[in-house]
Design a protein around this ligand. Structure first.
Ligand code: P1T
Length: 380
């Protein structure tokens, strides 16, 4: 089966009890058992739920054959479960351009528990190699990164991690499995904030882990039930509904984002435009190889004039909402320095390349000309 067929059918055959073609929202917290230890695979909603199971199976099938998935209450709940395999003294090497909330979880929750983190330039595979220690258990990266849209070479870094006996986890939120399949390139697991493109309509928060490694799956499945950060059945149903149109939506996001990036590149007020699909992107060739020849819906650019210039720009936008998050059908503009990455100390933000003039656009699937017209009037 090909991608769009899987997205619509895997895990979603007609309900055996009623024939319902679309998977029902199974709200029941508990499942009646025929006798001690005799049941139909479900006992209690935290441990397993048919609507959530359908989403987990479908999403996993989109990442790689033979993969299994686990769905959580948010992307950060999935990240917390991913880290649950660590013990005090363990070490993590992470690409340094990361969602601010991921950095906060690493630094404010896990570091005090005795886990250490090294941050390296994700564009340089040898930097991961240089940062490894005998205690490195995880290598973590986003590609493309949030918000600077830098790329990491998954295959090269996967080899480095595997040779060191560490797991490579790739946050695939920005690319989605439609554009990039890290498990096929050598990553051991994929993480998603399904709040973004997977759900696709800015109306449901969720997260997921997908892996083919039995050790990781078993540990995470245990933690999902033991710590309980599960995705609820209504949220699972909404996410599954969004997932059905992922392929169509991503085509629209990619088309519009390229259009917006090309427009901004010619604009005097955009001093720097970052989009992996532009030949001016320093890693354009890697993006072509690693991302199925299309480059996603996120565009980041820098404005001269810093925070004051950005503030007047975002206030003038009409179609783009000035808001956190990304990946929905509607276009959003965000100011990473104070919003999504505000939990990273200022000196670290500057060192990593998050400037005072940086704007991040999540380009939606409205008409591309309308979007450019909105940017045009707002840039003035
Ligand atoms: O928000 P949540 O579903 O918990 O997902 C966290 C997360 C994980 N990974 C990446 C790459 C992300 O971008 C996010 C969340 N990001 C935003 C809310 C944002 O506006 O960037």
């Amino acid at each position: 089966m090909k991608f769009s067929t899987k997205a619509i059918h895997v895990g979603q055959s007609a309900d055996p009890a009623t024939g319902a073609t679309v998977i029902p929202i199974h709200l029941s917290t508990t499942f009646t058992q025929e006798g001690i230890g005799v049941h139909r695979g479900f006992e209690y909603q935290r441990s397993g739920n048919p609507t959530r199971a359908a989403l987990e199976e479908c999403l996993a099938s989109l990442e790689a054959d033979g993969a299994r998935g686990l769905a959580f209450a948010s992307g950060l709940a999935a990240t917390a479960t991913a880290l649950s395999i660590l013990k005090p003294g363990d070490h993590v090497v992470a690409g340094e351009d990361l969602y601010g909330g991921t950095y906060r979880l690493f630094e404010k929750v896990w570091r005090p528990l005795g886990v250490s983190f090294a941050y390296v330039d994700g564009r340089d595979p040898s930097a991961f190699h240089a940062a490894l220690t005998s205690r490195t258990r995880l290598v973590w990266l986003e590609t493309p990164t949030n918000p600077l849209l830098r790329l990491a070479d998954i295959a090269a870094i996967g080899e480095i991690a595997a040779a060191a006996g560490a797991w490579l986890i790739v946050d695939n939120t920005f690319a989605t499995p439609y554009l990039q399949r890290p498990l096929e390139l050598g990553a051991h697991a994929v993480l998603h904030s399904t709040t973004k493109y997977i759900g696709g309509h800015s109306d449901v928060v969720g997260g997921a882990l997908v892996t083919r490694e039995a050790d990781l799956y078993d540990a995470w499945k245990f933690h999902q039930n033991a710590a309980g950060g599960v995705l609820g059945p209504f949220e699972a149903w909404l996410t599954l509904r969004g997932l059905k149109t992922l392929a169509l939506r991503m085509e629209g996001h990619c088309r519009n984002a390229l259009h917006v990036a090309e427009y901004l590149q010619g604009h005097a007020r955009a001093s720097k435009v970052i989009y992996p699909g532009l030949s001016s992107h320093p890693q354009h060739e890697l993006a072509r190889r690693q991302m199925s020849g299309r480059f996603g819906g996120m565009v980041t650019f820098e404005m001269e004039g810093g925070i004051a210039a950005v503030n007047s720009f975002v206030k003038r936008l009409n179609l783009f909402s000035f808001a956190e998050s990304l990946g929905g059908v509607e276009s959003l503009a965000c100011y990473p320095d104070a919003m999504t990455h505000g939990s990273i100390p200022e000196a670290e933000r500057r060192r990593r390349g998050i400037s005072e003039g940086l704007v991040r656009l999540s380009v939606g699937i409205e008409n591309g000309e309308d979007l450019v017209a909105d940017l045009e009037q707002a840039l003035g």
